[in-house]
Each structure stands twice: as C-alpha cells, then as structure tokens.
Write a protein that binds this ligand. Structure first.
Ligand code: UDP
Length: 460
C-alpha cells in the first residue's frame, strides 16, 4: 500500500500546477494553503500573482513565483470599492496573465503543466485557459451556501427579489430558506450592473471549468453540495478546512501579525475574552465604530479588538475614541492593528468571536469551537451570518447593525445565559465534525484523493 502511494507521488513529481490567487487576504490565504496541500501530494507548484498586494516568495521556498504587471494605479488600489477593483483586475490582467502563461507553457526546462487553478473571481482566466488548451480548475474561497445563492441570481432577478427594495427586506426568499431578502449577498453603494456582471462571471466561468474546489467540508454544507452537484456538470471537491491539514505552512499574511495579542491573552482567565475582528476589507463609519467600542466596554468582559488602519472611514486608526477610553478599562482591553487570528482563536482564553462573517473567519471559528457574534457587512458575509445563527445555530446575529445596547445584550446572551451554553455545545460538536473529515477515511481526505486523481488525468 505504502509502495503504491510512493509510486503515485513519484509520478506526480513530473507534473506542475499553476495557481493564481485573487490579491485579497481572504483569497490569498486559502490559495496558498491549497498550494501547500497539493505540494504535499507530489505536485510542483507555480504561483502567478499580481503586483498589487504582491506576495513574499521567501516565505514559500518550495514554490516558484511569477509576478505580473497588473497596471492597477495607486488610486485604484486604495479605493474602497472592491467590486470596481475586481472588474479592473479582470480587465487589466488579461494580457500580462496570458503572456506569463504562454512563457510558462513553452518553458521546456520545467515540468509539464497539468492545469491552472485560479480563484473563481478571476473569471477571465477561463477564456485564456481555453485559448491555450489548458484545463482550468477553480478555487472558490467562500462557502457552498453563498455560492448556491450567487448561482440563483438570474432567478432572483426574474422573480423580483433583486435589485433589493427597502420595503421587501423582511420578506422571506421562498426559494432559498431560511434567507430573507435582507440576507441576499449584495453590496450597498456599488454599481448594481457591475456587481451582477462580476457575480455572473464568477458563477458561469466556474461552471465552465474542469472542477471546483471548496474550502469547506461535506458535513457542514451537505444539502448545498447536493444542490450544486445536481445543477453543475463539473466535479465539486469540498476538501476543507485547509488550515487544519497541519502541514508545515508559512504565513501568507499581507500585514504584520501583532504577537502581543498572545502574551495579553496568556494573562486572561480561561474562556473570558471576546475577540473582535472584521477582516481585511470591511469599513465602518465613525458612529458604528463608537457604538462597537461602547458595546465592548459596557459588556464588562475583557476584549481583544483588531482595528485595522483604515477600518474607520476617514480616520487613520483610533482617533475617534474618546480620550481616556482605554485607560478607564484598566487593562481589560487590548487593541491591535492585525492579529495572528488562527492562534488567537485557538487560545484557551477566547470565549467568543465577534466577526464580520467572512468565510475564512467563520470556518476558523468553527474549527476552534468558538461561538460567534455576527455582524455581516456585505456580499457572502450576510449568507454566512444567517447560516451561523439560524442553520448551524452556533452564534448570534446582531440585527440592528451596531447599537451599543444590542451589542451588550448579545454578549450577555452568549457569555452568561443558557442560550450561550447551548450554542457552545453545538459548536463544539461541529468542531468535532471538522476534525473527523480530515482523519483517515474522512470526507475531505476522500475528496482530496478524488481531486488529485482528477487533476492527474487532466491533459493540456
Ligand atoms: N486575519 C488575520 N488577522 C486579523 C484578521 C484576519 O490573520 O487580524 C485573517 C483571518 O485568519 C482570515 C483572513 O484574514 O484567514 C480574513 O478572511 P475572511 O474571509 O474572514 O475575511 P475578508 O478579509 O476576506 O473579509
């Protein structure tokens, strides 16, 4: 048996995979973890990355890196409109990406390329891959549940749910229980036609690919997996949670992770701390930021809070906080610019995660059995939050955005009341399921074997 595995690894040693992450933190992390997983299966790895949010090759000495000139201007890169930026990336990267692929394909000194693995949001790569007769596999870095909703956008438009009208927010979406109209994964203040174009591009070109990989696991999203397997002609591989493969993997963090959070957590009582972080892209108004600050302060629990530079619109960092705010809390609060989130969530002092419900954060919290308080900001975060609070029932969702009294009440429900105990119990069972799927015979490991054999059969 072992000999057979060694021979298969040996055969794959002659094959190279080219991976192309979308240059945002929540997309880079899972793509680099996937690269590490596939490298452990014997494939050689080449990463193509944009100049914008470019990667640090020295963290990954086993991989080959190629940077492409994306032509993104400083003003475009610093824009808060991620949808406009996604469109620009899908337009400006076409030529440089194609040129880079042509060079890689014609380089006879390297192993032959089995396929391209691109982020689902780099949908332009399907046409490039087709023109080069190169198979393309997609990595969708979000959940299956939100993808089902994105895939239903044409139907939702036809039935009048989209575009959303304020008067319909509380209406159920009969086709997608338990979602209400307000949970649909849209984004405020962006061009709705452009948003539809990006979503449709992502879904349609995923459908046209040679397979879709998910950082999720069957036991978490079984019915959504069944739906997609019925509706999509191509194979689907939920092989997550990627970060729990325990392979030696380096950090792909774009920002420096402040280790003082761990020494501060070491001094806190077990299961006492609220960890609050809203990911790499979400932005808050000053009023929202202050409600959050007061909600945390009034909860009387210790809290570790990630306030990214630029999290508060119009501010550099903590300027909107009233003077003396931190001092009055007597060491009960620790505020940092960026955390080593995986270590924080695994720390015994952490009791709850107040999150914007990005998919990576959601999955990371489930894997550590940390119950969530969900405050989704846009797109798939809204669907994730609904699943956390109403399908898996492993967290609570703030209904009124950010209101200090609701925040205080929510924290109390989770930390003190019986409801919180039940939630903790459920997430600890889900954590076990996440663990089992990566044990011998587990669903994700089986799906990974299928993926590896699928990729090995693809021919360019
Ligand atoms: N993250 C981190 N430090 C932080 C906050 C986030 O390392 O202080 C990581 C987190 O572990 C996750 C990613 O950044 O892997 C954020 O991805 P997610 O999908 O949760 O949100 P996004 O940033 O895409 O909105």
């Amino acid at each position: 048996m072992e000999n057979q595995i060694d021979t298969q690894m040996e055969q794959r040693k002659g094959r190279r995979l080219v991976l192309f992450p979308l240059p945002f933190q929540g997309h880079i992390n899972p793509m680099l973890l996937l690269a590490t997983i596939l490298h452990s299966k014997g494939f050689s790895i080449t990463i193509i990355h944009t100049n914008f949010n470019s990667l640090n090759p020295s963290n990954f000495p086993n991989f080959t890196f190629h940077s492409i000139p994306d032509g993104i201007l400083e003003s475009e890169a610093s824009s808060k409109d991620v949808i406009a930026l996604a469109k620009l990336l899908n337009t400006k990267c076409v030529e440089p990406f194609r040129d880079c692929m042509v060079k890689l394909l014609s380089d006879v000194s390297e192993e032959p390329i089995s396929c391209l693995i691109s982020d689902a949001f780099f949908y332009f790569t399907q046409a490039v891959a087709d023109s080069l007769r190169l198979p393309r596999v997609v990595l969708r870095t979000g959940g299956l549940s939100s993808f089902v909703v994105f895939a239903a956008f044409p139907l939702l438009r036809e039935r009048g749910y989209l575009p959303i009208h304020d008067s319909q927010l509380e209406e159920p979406v009969a086709e997608l229980p338990p979602l209400k109209v307000k949970d649909l994964p849209v984004m405020d203040n962006v061009d709705p036609d452009l948003f539809n174009e990006i979503v449709d591009g992502m879904v349609n070109e995923s459908k046209a690919s040679s397979g879709i990989i998910w950082n999720s696991f069957e036991e978490l999203e079984q019915s959504e997996l069944d739906t997609l397997r019925q509706e999509f002609p191509n194979p689907i591989f939920p092989i997550g949670p990627f970060h729990k493969y325990y392979l030696a993997s380096s950090s792909s963090s774009l920002l420096a992770q402040d280790q003082s959070s761990i020494s501060w957590l070491d001094k806190q009582a077990p299961k006492s701390v609220i960890y609050a972080s809203f990911g790499s892209l979400a932005a808050l108004s000053e009023a929202q930021f202050l409600e959050i600050a007061w909600g945390l302060a009034n909860s009387n629990q210790p809290f570790l809070w990630v306030v990214r530079s630029g999290l508060v619109r119009g501010s550099e960092w903590l300027e909107p906080l009233p003077s003396g705010f931190l001092e009055t809390l007597n060491g009960r609060a620790h505020i940092i610019k960026w955390a080593p989130q995986l270590e924080v969530l695994a720390h015994p002092a952490v009791a709850a995660f107040w999150t914007h419900s990005g998919w990576n954060s959601t999955l990371e919290s489930i894997c550590e059995g940390v119950p969530m308080i969900c405050m989704p900001c846009f797109t798939d975060q809204k669907v994730n939050a609904k699943y956390v609070s109403q399908v898996w029932k492993v967290g609570l969702q703030l209904e009124n955005g950010s209101d200090r009294l609701e925040i205080e009440r929510c924290i109390r429900r989770l930390m003190v009341e019986k409801e919180g105990e039940e939630i903790r119990d459920r997430i600890s069972k889900l954590k076990d399921k996440a663990k089992f799927c990566l044990q011998q015979g587990g669903s994700s490991l089986q799906n990974l074997d299928s993926l590896v054999s699928h990729i090995s059969k693809l021919e360019s």
